[in-house]
Write a protein that binds this ligand. Structure first.
Ligand code: F6P
Length: 343
């Protein structure tokens, strides 16, 4: 079999571990040939490839980023993009294509699968918002990095009795904010799923500080939204892929909180730091299991499917199920742990 592999969308820790697993499983178990497509779907549209083998993948397991490069190019938004993609795959005799990506990349995979392209998906994104899988590659590392950073902020916040507002990634969902906020003992966690009212946040913070010196950590997801009519935000920039360029809500929150509480507030954005660098052990194992399972799915002819983590098992779900909605925080999680320590 000839197996193609690509990584699309924002990078995250663990992509190389997944590529390596795809290459090793294909080569060692099945004697396949592997072709890497560079820079996401762009490599398929433009026929930009690199041959991959076990030797090429040596040493990449702990490395962040992706040796294949990535992009947000969508063949459905490029002139003749789909026809050119199909032609590239035929030209190289690709029997199965493993697409490692988040919601955008996997939606393209689903559409191509509906047109008969033999695609299998692997879910990745630090945001953890791909439906039908307990976790995506990269999420665990991002939380770990955020927690280590917030732990450090605690000591400086305590020394100065300050409020530290930390902004984490999370465009549509608050998985990183909730997990890192709970794990690092944040006083307030602000997530996109629940529009916030800054006057209530300020009241809570003021109350904490009235009890004595009491440093407060506020963790806000970049996609957090104020309750309508409570706070004016500047319109976001739009990038070339029609994506809102997020980042900066934390600075508005810090500025307004300082005005409302008269406490010294500082803002820090973790941004892309959460996406870079070496993956956690959990993500290396998850990526490896996903890579192996994707190759097995390809050999079973299970196209139009994505490998997914369900409890302890790796299972297959349809790409339709995986992309029909984003995986938001559920209310029970927010109620259960999110509010527990907010006193
Ligand atoms: O990969 C998803 C994500 O991390 C979002 O949380 C964030 O908004 C976006 O990527 C930013 O991507 P970039 O700045 O690389 O376009």
């Amino acid at each position: 079999m000839r197996v193609g592999v690509l990584t699309g969308g924002g990078d995250c820790p663990g992509l190389n571990a997944a590529i390596r697993a795809v290459v090793r499983k294909s080569t060692v178990s099945y004697g396949d040939e592997i072709l890497g497509f560079r820079n996401g779907w762009n490599g398929v549209v433009e026929d930009d490839t690199i041959p991959l083998d076990v030797a090429r993948c040596r040493g990449i397991l702990p490395r962040g980023g992706t040796i294949l490069g990535t992009s947000r190019i969508n063949p459905y938004k490029v002139e003749d993009g789909v026809a050119r993609s199909v032609a590239t795959l035929e030209r190289h005799g690709v029997d199965a294509l493993v697409a490692i990506g988040g919601e955008g990349t996997l939606s393209v995979a689903r559409q191509l699968a509906e047109e008969g392209v033999p695609v299998v998906g692997i879910p990745k994104t630090i945001d953890n918002d791909v439906n039908a899988t307990d976790s995506t590659i990269g999420f665990n590392t991002a939380v770990q990095v955020a927690v280590e950073a917030i732990d450090r902020l605690h000591t400086t916040a305590e020394s100065h009795d300050r409020v530290m507002v930390c902004e984490v990634m999370g465009r549509h969902v608050g998985w990183i904010a909730l997990y890192s906020g709970v794990a690092a003992g944040a006083a307030v966690i602000i997530v996109p799923e629940e529009p916030f009212d800054l006057s209530l946040v300020a009241e809570h913070i003021r109350h904490r500080h009235e009890k004595g010196r009491f440093a407060s950590i506020v963790v806000a997801a970049e996609g957090a939204k104020p309750r309508p009519g409570t706070l004016e935000l500047p319109p976001p920039e739009i990038d070339q892929f029609d994506h809102e360029r997020l980042g900066g809500i934390g600075s508005v929150i810090a500025r307004e909180l300082e005005a409302l509480t008269s406490l010294e507030c500082r803002y820090i954005s973790f941004g892309h730091v959460l996406r870079g660098g070496t993956p956690s052990a959990f993500d290396r194992v998850l990526a490896t299991r996903f890579g192996i399972a994707a190759v097995e799915a390809a050999h079973d002819g299970a196209f139009g499917q994505m490998v997914a983590l369900h409890g302890p098992s790796i299972e297959r779900v349809t790409l339709t199920e995986a992309t029909k909605t984003l995986k938001h925080l559920d209310e029970s999680l927010v109620e259960g742990i999110g509010r527990l320590f907010l006193e």
